[in-house]
Write a protein that binds this ligand. Structure first.
Ligand code: FE2
Length: 277
């Protein structure tokens, strides 16, 4: 009995150590996912081709900016990119926002060179970054506003609108920004996917693209990362990462590229998303 107990404890310790090592390695890996959100995209004729990355959390991001640059250059050089979009959460500690600004400015310079718009929204971790600090991050901040892109399929105007994130402390769910008449589609970028539960008129939105959940970041057998550690609603219903249809809106949630709290990920590999709509 004594030996069985020792063997059991040894197995638990070894398993814990293995998981610890794996979770320290995983933030350094990167997946490139390819998403086709519309029927036209599935048929090979998308309106837009977007590169989306989210949740930089720059102090705990182990994906080099040069790697994201490489992906942008490859995609721009093959089928082209209509925009690069950042989904919010620049940094964990707002006092260190310059680390995130350095990363995002590098991406912005690549986009400028390739003549690709670099749009973005802020996340719940960004509320204490001063306004001039967000400007230093060099993306066109569409939080509370919009930008217009031309469809590569039929030349129509497509709105990319951004919703502001109030942060968790005094949570406010902001309304949709109004967009010009005549847009063929409205694609909403909102850091927190729970925003979809707080849109008054869902008929005004065709697609929503979000981050925030980190794919759970460190997955546990009993999903305590969602049931106890996070207050977000959608993950409690297994809406965590990937594409979903909610309230008539096609929602895509990215796992993001950085880490919050701990520099670890487990079964939630960082990802950059090529999204065709
Ligand atoms: Fe985040």
């Amino acid at each position: 009995m004594h030996i069985v107990l020792i063997a059991l404890i040894a197995a638990i310790v070894i398993t814990g150590l293995v998981l610890l090592v794996l979770s320290l390695i995983e933030p350094h890996k990167l997946n490139i996912t390819r998403e086709t959100l519309s029927d036209n995209a599935k048929a090979g004729s998308p309106d837009l081709r977007l590169l989306f990355f989210s949740d930089l959390h720059a102090e705990f991001c182990f994906i080099p900016k040069e790697k994201v640059e490489e992906i942008i250059r490859e995609e721009a050089g093959s089928k082209g990119l209509d925009a690069v979009i950042f989904g919010g959460d620049i940094i964990n500690n707002p006092k260190k926002y310059k680390v995130g600004a350095d990363y995002l400015t590098h991406i912005s310079n690549v986009c400028k060179e390739l003549d690709i718009p670099f749009e973005g929204v802020t996340g719940n971790h960004d509320v204490q970054i001063p306004a001039n600090g967000i400007k230093e991050c060099s993306f066109h901040n569409i939080s509370g506003g919009y930008t217009i892109l031309k469809s590569r399929r039929d030349g129509s105007d497509i709105a990319i609108s951004g919703i502001n994130d109030s942060g968790r402390k005094h949570r406010v769910w902001y309304e949709l920004p109004s967009i010009p008449e005549g847009c063929s589609k409205n694609i909403v970028i909102a850091h927190n996917p729970d925003q979809i539960l707080h849109i008054d008129d869902c008929s005004k939105v065709d697609y929503m693209i979000s981050g925030h959940i980190h794919g759970g970041q460190i997955r546990t057998p009993f999903k305590i990362e969602f049931t106890s550690l996070r207050k977000d609603i959608l993950p409690k219903y297994d809406v965590i990462a990937g594409t979903y249809r909610i309230n008539g809106i096609t929602l895509f949630i990215s796992k993001g590229i950085g880490c919050v709290r701990l520099p670890m990920r487990l079964k939630a590999t960082p990802e950059v998303n090529i999204i065709e709509i």
